[in-house]
Design a protein around this ligand. Structure first.
Ligand SMILES: NC(=O)c1ccc[n+]([C@@H]2O[C@H](COP(=O)([O-])OP(=O)(O)OC[C@H]3O[C@@H](n4cnc5c(N)ncnc54)[C@H](OP(=O)(O)O)[C@@H]3O)[C@@H](O)[C@H]2O)c1
Length: 242
């Protein structure tokens, strides 16, 4: 058996560690968005497969016998394609999708479906923390005219794509106290975030609640029709049962 682990999340990292300890035959795959990705402890390939045809070629060449998809909840294209190709090829496929965040008492969230909708909610001149990553940043260009900070894991090496924005470098996780201190220092009034879910990155939402910061929450894209679990343990049980 050779498992393909589609990685790029904290859960994928935990799964990779467990698979390595159990001595299972597996290859991890990262999209390559982070330049200095932490070692997963498994054989790892980095970068796109070269579209659907490249993906099929890879599966055949590496004699992949099952696919565990632990990619980010917003990486829906890779998930939908992998599920479809797996089904067509008769390969077992499982998606690990952590539960999304839901508002608690005291939260002030507005849900939107698309990045472009954020601009009609956030007033001109407002101080905004854009916790959405660098990819697709141009979809927020309607926010030009606000004061925007966008956090990145590593230096983007290029100018911010629209006026009023700047990058801030930091590698997660961040505690609630750290987020509170950062938002206070920057005078943040609005937080824009994708509903990624997960305990580790919830801290910014807890900090927003504590400081009375308004949150614009981007809903998740549609996920594939496929077998799905929510936890690392459940995903590992699936692998052990293959
Ligand atoms: N993917 C991640 O690890 C990740 C992590 C954190 C956040 N996100 C967020 O999710 C959104 C979409 O991200 P995305 O462009 O990576 O996903 P995507 O839109 O689902 O995938 C786009 C292409 O990236 C390649 N790709 C994605 N994940 C891969 C993996 N694990 N191994 C190899 N190739 C992979 C594939 O290229 P080919 O067609 O060439 O195979 C895929 O077609 C962004 O907003 C991003 O911020 C993604």
């Amino acid at each position: 058996m050779t498992l393909l682990l589609l990685a790029g999340t904290a859960e994928a990292r935990a799964i990779a560690g467990a698979l390595a300890r159990e001595g299972r035959d597996a290859i991890a795959s990262l999209a390559g968005a982070t330049r200095q990705a932490a070692d997963l402890g498994l054989a790892t390939r980095v970068g796109g497969f070269g579209g659907e045809e490249g993906f099929r070629v890879f599966l055949a060449k590496e004699k992949i016998t099952a696919i565990l998809d632990a990619t980010h909840p917003f990486a829906a294209a890779i998930s939908r394609r992998s599920a479809r190709v797996a089904r067509a090829s008769g390969l077992p496929y499982l998606q690990l999708l952590r539960p999304g965040w839901t508002p608690q008492d005291g939260d002030n969230w507005t849900m939107i479906d698309k990045e472009e909708e954020a601009a009609r909610l956030v007033p001109e001149g407002a101080a905004v923390f854009l916790a959405t990553g660098r990819q697709g940043l141009e979809r927020f260009d309607g926010l030009a005219g606000r004061r925007i900070w966008c956090r990145q894991i590593d230096s983007p090496g290029q100018a911010f794509p629209f006026e009023g924005g700047q990058y801030l470098i930091g590698r997660p996780p961040f505690s609630v106290d750290q987020e509170v201190a950062l938002f206070r220092r920057l005078g943040i009034e609005w937080l824009i975030v994708k509903n990624a879910g997960g305990a580790a990155s919830r801290s910014k939402l807890d900090a927003a609640r504590l400081l009375g910061i308004a949150v614009v929450m981007i809903r998740r894209p549609a996920q594939p029709e496929a077998e799905r679990v929510e936890t690392v343990e459940a995903a590992l049980d699936w692998v052990r049962g293959l």
